[in-house]
Design a protein around this ligand. Structure first.
Ligand SMILES: [Zn+2]
Ligand SMILES: [Zn+2]
Ligand SMILES: [Zn+2]
Length: 153
């Protein structure tokens, strides 16, 4: 009487079965290869490809060259600075944001067992003077001086 039928974990939509997923990427993912589902998958992949390219293009030009210029409403905000603008208002806004962020982080403090100990970040931000942090800072300064000595002579 059908009591022992193995349970179907997922129903694969087949063309013409009225499954609402037809014509969507979800239909394709579920295993349907009807034309609308395939088209949807192609569209989706094309979209993802464009998205990927768009993202890949963004981190380039770290010096700010060739970036979209800050619009008139972007100035005076850390956002304008993020766009690469270095006008005084944008610099001030960015500095203010950085200071606010720093104050907030310092307020939260750092636990003695925080895994970030042993970094110059903790040394500077929290003025932590534990052994690993002091060591990390000393290491940084040493490397920096070495590099400078090499550049000079
Ligand atoms: Zn389909
Ligand atoms: Zn600006
Ligand atoms: Zn520390």
């Amino acid at each position: 009487m059908g009591y022992h039928q193995p349970r179907q974990p997922k129903r694969v939509p087949s063309p013409g079965d009225g499954d609402p997923r037809h014509g969507q990427y979800a239909g394709y993912v579920a295993g349907c290869r009807c034309r609308p589902c395939t088209n949807a998958a192609v569209d989706y992949q094309r979209f993802m490809e464009q998205e990927r390219k768009r993202r890949a293009a963004r981190p380039k030009n770290p010096d700010g060259k060739g970036r979209r210029a800050a619009g008139p409403n972007d100035h005076g905000s850390a956002y304008g600075y993020g766009l690469g603008c270095r006008c005084q208002t944008c610099r001030d806004a960015n500095a203010a944001r950085a200071a606010a962020w720093l104050a907030e982080v310092q307020q939260m403090g750092i636990a003695p067992d925080d895994p970030r100990h042993g970094t110059r970040y903790v040394y500077l931000t929290f003025r932590c003077r534990c052994q690993p942090c002091v060591e990390a800072n000393r290491e940084y300064v040493r490397a920096w001086e070495l590099r400078r000595a090499r550049q000079v002579g």
